[in-house]
Design a protein around this ligand. Structure first.
Ligand code: NAI
Length: 286
């Protein structure tokens, strides 16, 4: 039987989530995605109208199939968490069962189990503000959407993950080195995500033999990255300073995710794997 993957955080064909979906599909996995509720309509419409067909092409010439798209808002664990204003919001009222717990229940009803869980989402409403100017609310929102969302997903999906399964998230070097401009508590959120990767590797490993790793990815011109505002500068900086002077493709991150999800990585868990052309290893730019 082929493996089944649930990838949270796909809303277009530009981000890491999409690339990971493609690499997993190319390796024979069945693909389910979780799409942020406010982005769901446009994503599904674009998919249906063939807007992503060119980027759906797999190495063997076939098109990636997404078996099902689930609406998801990973800052809400269950219905009790959802405030009235969100329930009343017409983008949210148009779909249902998008809290983390409900999505896991729906996946269970539809498919029974999964083998691979991918968290490729982040959100920091104050990301453009320096940490010293970040509000408590903004900081907590960044951690809620970008770090706790992963704990919540894993917690809710573990019961339907097959033993030997693999879970992957995406992180960024700003967790451990100063990257001015990656503000709003997003650097803190990534530090939490990396620390949690180790603890969750222990807990999920002991509980269900599930591996938990995170990919520290180099800069990619995704929708989320463009919103931060300094992505072109980060790409140029990497081109100039990294050991490998080439632009990083999303596919390289996707392929690493496929490796980590495969039996080839059967002894790797709790790890932060750098996929950044080696930029993290540099002490000074030359
Ligand atoms: P992206 O825009 O393709 O992905 C972010 C996704 O998160 C979007 O689809 C968005 O709709 C979704 N999202 C936001 N809040 C959500 C919520 N509450 N519930 C569900 N979904 C939500 O951008 P990208 O850059 O591919 O981001 C994916 C991951 O890669 C993130 O964790 C990001 O921090 C990480 N990353 C990105 C880098 C880059 O340069 N683009 C570098 C290193 C890590």
């Amino acid at each position: 039987r082929g493996k089944r993957a649930f990838i949270a955080g796909v809303a277009d064909d530009n981000g890491y989530g999409w690339a990971i979906a493609k690499s997993l599909a190319a390796a024979g996995a069945e693909i389910l995605v979780g799409t942020w509720v406010p982005a769901l309509n446009i994503f599904e419409t674009s998919l249906r109208r063939g807007k992503f067909d060119e980027s759906r092409v797999l190495p063997d010439g076939s098109l990636m199939e997404i078996t099902k798209v689930y609406p998801l808002d990973a800052v809400f664990d269950n219905l009790e968490d959802v405030p009235e204003e969100i329930k009343a919001n017409k983008r949210y009222a148009g779909s249902s069962k998008w809290t983390v717990q409900e999505v896991a229940e729906s996946v269970k009803e539809d498919f029974g189990s999964i083998d691979i869980l991918v968290h490729s989402l982040a959100n920091g409403p104050e990301v453009t503000k320096p940490l010293l100017e970040t509000s408590r609310k903004g900081y907590l929102a960044a951690v809620s959407a970008s770090s706790f969302s992963y704990i919540s997903l894993l917690k809710n999906f573990i019961p339907i993950m097959n033993p030997g399964g693999s879970s992957i998230s995406l992180t960024y070097i700003a967790s451990e080195r100063i990257i001015p401009g990656y503000g709003g508590g997003m650097s803190s959120a990534k530090a939490a995500l990396e620390s949690d990767t180790r603890v969750l590797a222990f807990e999920a490993g002991r509980k269900r033999k599930i591996r938990v790793n995170t990919i520290s990815a180099g800069p990619l011109r995704s929708r989320a990255a463009k919103a931060i505002g300094f992505i072109d500068m980060m790409i140029d900086y990497s081109l100039e300073n990294a050991p490998l002077q080439k632009e990083l493709s999303a596919e390289e991150v996707g392929n690493t995710a496929a490796f980590l999800a495969s039996p080839l990585a059967s002894a790797i868990t709790g790890a932060v794997i750098y996929v950044d052309n080696g930029l993290n290893t540099m002490g000074v730019g030359v």
